[in-house]
Design a protein around this ligand. Structure first.
Ligand code: HPA
Length: 276
């Protein structure tokens, strides 16, 4: 089956079961999945029941697609995502993004847990993603182009929408939530980085590092979605952190930051919706 055929089968299955048009789609990262339970849930689908849908195997990543209203705004929320390190190709890993687009979502709100590289960052802080480096992972657009979604050589000069960034900055100020900003770099994982790699990423202009998001953003831009993203800095990156990294630490920090994160996301969704 081609990637397009996989997507079509997946869309047909979901459309036959879900009578809901999301305007904003949200992908929840490690430890941040609780947000999906805070919305007015209308319908849910388990990833494992959706044909061709990649299923996460990582602890801390629930696998559900949730449709409902966030303060009246129709949203689709991915409670958990899959990562390339689970063995999926980048094309497989972005199928959910393309599905969300086909269901009608105009905006993709990306969230993740990430390691902090920028000087002065602290675990538990948030970073507004202003740009990204995806050069260390293969492109999700590799292979035959899906012309129905977008062009062969899509422009990536404004992956993260400037107007959405402005909205989120304002929301953070008004809600008194400190918000750093910077460039997200995606690695293939699953191993955390070495200190030398982190020094390299810093030299290259990266402020936070993670194992998701950049390929999703590329797929979403390819099909014309408007994107915004927030990283929860769950730990300081290797060599900056005084102790070895662990998934437990990442999850714990994200859990702790969750209430503030939920406030930031909820208010941002309302403000973003008002300009759509
Ligand atoms: N590196 C890569 N991915 C991550 C990290 C990190 O330090 N923290 C959370 N996700």
């Amino acid at each position: 089956m081609t990637v397009k055929e996989q997507l079509d089968a997946c869309c047909a299955f979901v459309s036959a079961r879900i009578d809901f048009k999301p305007e904003i789609a949200l992908i929840l990262g490690s430890g941040l999945g609780g947000f999906a339970e805070k919305i007015d849930v209308k319908q849910t689908l388990d990833y494992k029941d959706i044909p061709n849908f990649p299923v996460s195997t990582v602890w801390g990543h629930a696998g559900r697609l949730v449709f409902g209203y966030c303060d009246g705004v129709p949203v689709a929320v991915m409670q958990g995502r899959v990562h390339m390190y689970e063995g999926y190709t980048p094309q497989e890993a972005v199928l959910p993004v393309r599905l969300l687009h086909q269901l009608g979502a105009k905006v993709l709100f990306l969230t993740n847990a990430a390691g902090g590289i920028q000087h002065g960052m602290k675990a538990g802080e948030f970073m507004l993603i202003t740009d990204q480096i995806s050069s260390f992972v293969p492109s999700p657009l590799r292979g035959e182009n899906i012309d129905a979604l977008g062009v062969r050589f899509p422009d990536m000069s404004e992956i993260y929408s400037k107007r959405l960034q402005k909205i989120i900055r304002k929301v953070a100020v008004n809600a008194d939530i400190p918000l750093k900003e910077g460039v997200y770099v995606q690695t293939a994982g699953p191993a955390y980085e070495s200190p030398a790699e982190i020094r390299m990423f810093r030299l290259l202009g990266a402020d936070a590092v993670g194992m998701s998001t950049a390929i999703e953003a590329i797929a979403a831009r390819h099909c014309g979605m408007e994107i915004c993203g927030i990283s929860c800095i769950s730990n300081l990156a290797a060599g900056i952190s005084p102790h070895p990294l662990s998934h437990e630490e990442v999850k714990e920090a994200a859990d702790k930051a969750a209430p503030q994160f939920e406030r930031l996301v909820r208010q941002s969704i309302a403000e973003i919706h008002s300009v759509l």
